[in-house]
Every structure is written in structure tokens, then in C-alpha cells.
Design a protein around this ligand. Structure first.
Ligand code: GFB
Length: 310
């Protein structure tokens, strides 16, 4: 990308899209296009067609997606499969029709089989059954990967796909019904501390292992790969380190300064037992994350205290 290339960030208000926008601005890219949902509904095929034919972006970061934590994925699978397929079909197809030079599609570590050997290598995709709690979302994301690869094969496009691990950070979703575990626990410990409550509820057994990447690092990796990676094969983006949810809870408890106890709600699902990404391909391409988990959670908590309103 040149500094004045026309770049479209789809989903720029979300956790990932907003981080990509910050990263592009930090690196002095000056010709950025962003559209709010009122101005461009990505679910609407004709609106997306019109947008691409008028704006003619050269590069596209496809960060727009219906996302959510384990409960939201498990409860609203129709929304997750329909909205994700629709948005990615519209954007990827119109990127092809309008000669976009390169597009980056954001997948997720949940595309891999539930019982995958750990750490998960890129080639393990489609080698076994998926985790049930997020199957609909994962199927949509797998379709997006295959769509990029098929367009590359048939039409010679350069559409690349990256698989981030569990992300967190600035502009995260702190709604307890729909959020991922990290922002949920941050808010729960914070609320419990200020309300002098004696306990915080952690869903499930606490034993599942998860890997977490600070979203600004993810955005840095996306811009890096846009400039340095041209293959159709998927690339994992993560830290290569994970921890048990119960240890994550203890870490967040310590950062927030909550003194009470943690209790389990085992009526809530655990989800996949482990999904640690093998990040050796990304390391070989020359990228490594910067922000450690404690530092990233501290930054997120500072942002939460300054910005989050109920
Ligand atoms: O982050 P999370 O919602 O999603 O949950 P997944 C991770 C683990 O944390 C599960 C536990 O074992 C949850 O039971 N957990 C403990 C909690 N307390 C809480 C809490 O208060 N809220 C939440 N949300 N979880 C998602 C997928 O899976 O990961 C998506 O559903 C996507 O498709 C995303 O891939 C990255 O890591 O299980």
C-alpha cells in the first residue's frame, strides 16, 4: 500500500476495525474510507455494489462481522451465519468486480476442529468436526476463507485470510450477555468492586484454555500482512501462549483490585477445551506481538474507566 492508496476499512466502529483504522492513521495512510451503518449497510447487496462502483477502493480490510462470546454464538446461530455470509459475500464479490488490488479477510481461531492437536497449525482446517457452541459462525468464516481462495484461483485476485486468536482491548463489547470472557470478567470485577459485592460469577468450569491477543497488536499484524504477504493460504495471528480461564479470572481480579471470591456457574457452557494457535508461520513472515497479557488488560481497564458508559 502507498501512503495515499485508497483504503476501505469495513467495520471501522468495531473492536478490530477501529484498531485497524488507528494503526493505518498511525502509519500515515491518508486516504481512508469508512462508512457508518446509516451510510452503508453491508448486508444490502445493492448498496455495497453501488458503494464499490463509486468509491473504487484499492485495498480492503474486511473487519465487519457479527461477533460475540460463547452465549451469543450459542443462542443466535441464525444471526451469526446469515449476517456473516451476507456481509462477506457482498464485500468480497464487489472487491473482485471492482479490481481491488488486495483484500484481507478476518477469520477466527474457532474455524479449526474442536479436538485439534495443539498448538493449531493452519493445515488443520477442515480435518474434523467443529465446536458446537460456535459452529454457525465458524462455518460462515470458513466459507469466507474458501471464497477468497476460490476467487484467487479463478480470477487471479489477491485476497488473503488471517485467523486471529481471541481478541480484546479498546472499543471492546462489555455487555455481559453478548461479550467475550475477557471484557465480561473485567466489567464484572469492576462492578463488584465499586458495589462492595462479595463474589463474582465465572461461567463454566474455568478449566478451558484460551489465548488472548491485544487488538492493537492484531491491527499491526493485519497492516503488516497486507504489505508483506501475498499467498492465498491462511495465516494464524496470536501470541503462542494460553492460560486457563480461572487463571485469567485471577489476573483480572488482581488488576481491578477486587477482594472477594470467584464462584462458578456450571450451567453455562465451557466451549472448546483449548484453541492455542501455532504462530510459527507468522513469526517466519517477520511479525511478533508486543503487548503481554497483563499490560494489555491494564490498558483495556484504563480505557474502560475513561470511556465506558452503561
Ligand atoms: O470468550 P468466550 O465467550 O468464547 O468464552 P469462546 C471463553 C470461556 O470463558 C468459556 C468462559 O469457557 C466461557 O464459559 N467464561 C467465564 C465466560 N466467564 C465468562 C463470562 O462472564 N462471559 C463469557 N463470555 N465467558 C468464542 C466463539 O468462543 O470465541 C466465537 O463463540 C469466537 O465464535 C470467539 O470465535 C473468539 O472462546 O468459547
Amino acid at each position: 500500500m502507498k501512503k495515499d492508496s485508497k483504503i476501505f476499512v469495513a467495520g471501522h466502529n468495531g473492536l478490530v476495525g477501529s484498531a485497524i483504522l488507528r494503526q493505518l492513521q498511525k502509519e500515515d495512510y491518508s486516504n481512508l474510507i469508512c462508512k457508518n451503518r446509516d451510510g452503508l449497510d453491508l448486508l444490502d447487496s445493492s448498496a455495497v455494489e453501488e458503494f464499490f462502483s463509486i468509491e473504487k477502493p484499492e485495498y480492503v480490510f474486511l473487519a465487519a462481522a457479527k461477533v460475540g462470546g460463547i452465549h451469543a454464538n450459542n443462542t443466535y446461530p441464525a444471526d451469526f451465519i446469515f449476517q456473516n455470509l451476507q456481509v462477506q459475500n457482498n464485500v468480497i464479490h464487489n472487491a473482485y468486480l471492482n479490481n481491488v488490488k488486495k483484500l484481507i479477510f478476518l477469520g477466527s481461531s474457532c474455524i479449526y476442529p474442536r479436538e485439534c492437536p495443539q498448538p493449531i497449525k493452519e493445515e488443520f482446517l477442515l480435518t474434523g468436526p467443529l465446536e458446537k457452541t460456535n459452529e454457525a459462525y465458524a462455518v460462515a468464516k470458513i466459507a469466507g476463507i474458501k471464497m477468497c481462495q476460490s476467487y484467487n484461483k479463478q480470477y487471479g485476485t489477491k485476497f488473503i485470510s488471517v485467523m486471529p486468536t481471541n481478541l480484546y482491548g479498546i472499543n471492546d463489547n462489555f455487555d455481559l450477555e453478548t461479550s467475550h470472557v475477557l471484557p465480561a470478567l473485567l466489567k464484572k470485577f469492576h462492578d463488584a468492586k465499586i458495589n462492595n459485592e462479595s463474589e463474582v460469577v465465572m461461567w463454566g468450569s474455568g478449566s478451558p484454555m484460551r489465548e488472548f491477543l491485544f487488538v492493537d497488536d492484531m491491527a499491526d499484524a493485519c497492516v503488516y500482512l497486507m504489505n508483506n504477504y501475498d499467498e492465498g493460504e491462511i495465516v494464524n495471528i496470536g501470541t503462542g501462549e494460553d492460560l486457563a480461564i480461572k487463571d485469567l479470572a485471577l489476573l483480572i481480579k488482581d488488576i481491578v483490585g477486587f477482594k472477594g471470591k470467584i464462584v462458578n456457574d456450571i450451567s453455562k457452557p465451557d466451549g472448546t477445551p483449548r484453541k492455542l494457535l501455532d504462530v510459527s508461520k507468522l513469526r517466519d513472515l517477520g511479525w511478533k506481538h508486543e503487548t503481554g497479557l497483563r499490560k494489555g488488560i491494564e490498558k483495556t481497564y484504563v480505557w474502560f474507566l475513561e470511556n465506558y458508559k452503561n
